[in-house]
Write a protein that binds this ligand. Structure first.
Ligand code: ADP
Ligand code: MG
Length: 670
């Protein structure tokens, strides 16, 4: 995706048969065919007799002995059996499952090469067989490609090979010759040949180095070119003692990390460079109060501030919290969301400077929202906002400092890779007095085992969240859905009041239910992940997640944060039916640590950065070959080289790759 310009498929003059394969596979350009890399390789060589151990995958050649037998084993099931003498003179009984045509192909006296699994003494389950084929065609390193529908390995191999042959000598190398030389890379054409058809492991490794480096270089070029340049602004002037007074008035002592982050932000505000800072800290680590102090400093300097949240519920909570702290100081705080009835009036007051701090959802992006003197924008849960939205917001003022808040901690290596030059502040410690949370995994997707325990929690006066991954039955097969669950649990937990919250309710309905839950009128809240972000109901100390296998680790960790907001120890129940080993391993990570940074790192290892960040929203490419976590060497080189190139982008040998990066940017920004 990040490697080459787009060449139309018409240039290939494909046969109808091949066109069909191209269509099924969804290839749109020549490059997409060439960059359809094998997902793995099979290495076949003739095995020694001592390697024929039960369970081993072996390759041997032999002669078919007698006719084969066909057994019909029911609908679409069949078994073909034949005997053969292998190259060591042993008689082997071979079985081919569900390939009835084998009966036509394998005949007495044929030379045959078999790849199969040893199933017992002289018994082989055939994986693949080749009748009357040259050994050289079968042995060696074979690419195995991801395929769709009825496309076979043979079909895709021959398609890709024919394209490579057709383009021989015409594959453009975009890497500057000086870099190819410096890193001792092979040419693009060689790399493509080697990745698709390596004759040795070394050839494969050479190909991988070249292609990975190129992917990263293209990525960093585009990333650096896209970055909003750090521009100048008027330095903000404010009195520190006022800020200290506010800190003293807080109902708690700030943690060491909170204080450190606040200090970093205040330095940024005072500087004459625009602030671009990411504050990351686990759910409940106390980011809101950091935002409040930043907004206060910005206000003292004579500027308006805006804070954006991804959901209406969250915007309202921020509004309430911020108003609580700042309204007593005479600061005019208001809320603008898509359901604001007084929208027109609010916009007028923003423009005339009669509102000091505005809290809102994406409604703040609208073009008709103009500010009198905007000086600071804070976005909460930033990864849900795209680069473009960010730019539009910044355009609403001249000295707009920018602060991102994220509760999805990103391991430092990755953060540097994604955010490039952005400054990063981290809150690692939680406010003291928190009791934390027990995480219990239950291997059935039913509440029965924990029903009594939950009733006990309810009798103690605490509240409970129940999370379902689907809203109603129609959504996904086999998922427990919120609506049916609500119907059931309302009876189970009666007389305790149960409520239902999901994304398809109107905003008014959602607010009503959220308020009733916050005011402890609703005791059990059955909901989807609408509650994931930021919602603050300290008295809710228990959460049950159905179909826990459907969620990412970081997402579950976020959910868990909802029930760790008080002095009571939380109870976090994860329900799932019959999980495989990988699901078990993932849920164990969660049960064993409460450290969001560690969890993010695991998530990254297990599911890749796309899942962690939501590739679409973050603009982060899914690398085809490269791996942000393990390819440190390539990343470092690519970052350095991208900067070298951008320092002198007009240099002749950089032209091709710079143009390419520009094109990538315009494509990705739409
Ligand atoms: P998040 O980082 O998830 O946005 P919040 O800012 O919502 O966390 O803080 C969670 C809760 O912790 C809030 O109720 C807040 O008032 C409280 N809190 C924040 N900082 C401290 C602190 N230093 N000591 C005690 N409680 C705190
Ligand atoms: Mg928050």
């Amino acid at each position: 995706m990040y490697n080459t310009p787009v060449t139309s498929l018409d240039t290939l003059k494909l046969t109808d048969k091949r066109r069909e394969i191209v269509e099924i596979m969804g290839f749109n350009s020549v490059e997409e065919i060439l960059e359809h890399y094998p997902s793995r390789y099979e290495i076949n060589y003739l095995n020694k007799k001592e390697e024929f151990i039960k369970g081993a995958r072996v390759t041997f050649k032999g002669k078919v002995l007698g006719p084969c037998k066909y057994i019909n084993a029911g609908y679409k099931k069949s078994v073909v059996r034949f005997k053969c003498i292998d190259q060591y003179g042993d008689e082997l009984n071979c079985t081919v499952f569900n390939r009835p045509w084998a009966y036509q192909q394998i005949k007495d006296g044929h030379d045959i090469i078999v790849i199969g699994i040893v199933d017992g003494t002289n018994r082989i389950n055939v994986v693949n067989y080749y009748v009357d084929k040259d050994l050289r065609d079968v042995l060696g390193i074979k690419p195995i490609y991801p395929v769709k529908a009825d496309v076979t390995q043979t079909m895709i191999r021959s398609l890709i090979k024919s394209v490579r042959i057709k383009l021989h000598g015409q594959i453009v190398d975009e890497l500057p010759p000086s870099l190819i030389k410096e890193h001792r890379l092979i040419s693009r054409e060689e790399a493509l040949n080697y990745i698709h058809e390596p004759k040795t492991i070394d050839e494969y490794k050479l190909a991988l180095s070249r292609l990975k480096y190129e992917e990263f270089l293209n990525f960093y070029l585009a990333l650096y070119m896209r970055q909003v340049p750090i521009s100048s602004k008027k330095a903000k002037v404010f009195a520190l003692d006022k800020i200290n007074e506010l800190i003293k008035r807080l109902p708690f002592d700030l943690t060491k990390d909170q204080l450190a982050v606040i200090k970093e932000i205040l330095i940024d505000l005072k500087s004459d460079k625009l602030m671009m800072r990411l504050v990351q800290g686990d759910v409940g680590s106390g980011k809101t109060v950091v935002a409040v102090i930043a907004l206060y400093a910005n206000y003292l300097a004579g500027y308006q501030g805006a804070m954006m949240a991804p959901t209406e519920i969250l915007a309202k909570q921020h509004y309430a919290a911020i108003k609580d702290l700042l309204a007593p100081l005479g600061i005019r705080v208001d809320l603008l969301s898509s359901s604001s009835k007084n929208r027109k009036f609010l916009i007028e007051r923003l423009q005339s400077g009669d509102i000091d701090i505005i809290i809102g959802t994406h409604a703040l992006f609208s073009d008709d929202v103009k500010m009198d003197k905007l000086g600071l924008v804070i976005t909460d849960e930033q990864h849900r906002f795209g680069v473009n939205q960010r730019k539009r917001l910044l355009a609403k003022g001249e000295d707009v400092d920018f602060l991102l808040m994220s509760a999805t901690p990103i391991p430092r290596t990755l953060a540097a890779a994604i955010y490039g030059d952005m400054a990063i502040s981290s809150i690692y410690t939680m406010p003291s007095g928190r009791k934390g949370c027990d995480t219990i995994v239950i291997y059935q997707n039913k509440i029965d085992l924990i029903e009594d325990e939950i009733k006990k929690i309810l009798r103690e006066g605490r509240q409970v969240y129940i999370i379902a991954s689907a809203i109603d039955k129609s959504e996904v097969d086999g998922m427990v859905d919120a609506i049916s669950l609500y119907e059931k649990l309302k009876r189970v937990f009666a007389p305790f009041e149960t409520g239902l919250l999901h994304g398809r309710l109107t905003n008014i309905q959602k607010d009503q239910i959220m308020n009733d839950f916050a005011e402890n009128k609703i005791k059990v809240l059955v909901t989807t992940t609408v509650v994931e972000v930021g919602v603050n109901v300290p008295n809710a100390t228990c959460m049950v997640v159905y179909n826990a296998e459907r969620f990412g680790l970081s997402q579950l960790h976020q959910l868990r944060g909802r029930i760790q907001r008080s002095h009571y120890k939380g109870r976090f129940f994860l329900l799932c039916d019959d999980p495989g080993d990988d699901v078990k391993a993932r849920l164990d990570v969660l049960a064993n640590t409460n450290d969001g940074f560690k969890i993010a790192e695991e998530d990254l290892k297990l599911r890749g950065p796309g899942d962690l960040l939501g590739t679409r929203q973050s603009g982060l490419p899914s690398f085809v070959l490269g791996d942000l976590m393990s390819d440190r060497i390539f990343i470092d080189a690519a970052q350095k080289d991208a900067r070298t190139i951008l320092a002198d982008p007009r240099r002749a040998e950089y032209q091709r790759i710079v143009l390419k990066a520009q094109k990538n940017i315009s494509d990705s920004l739409g």
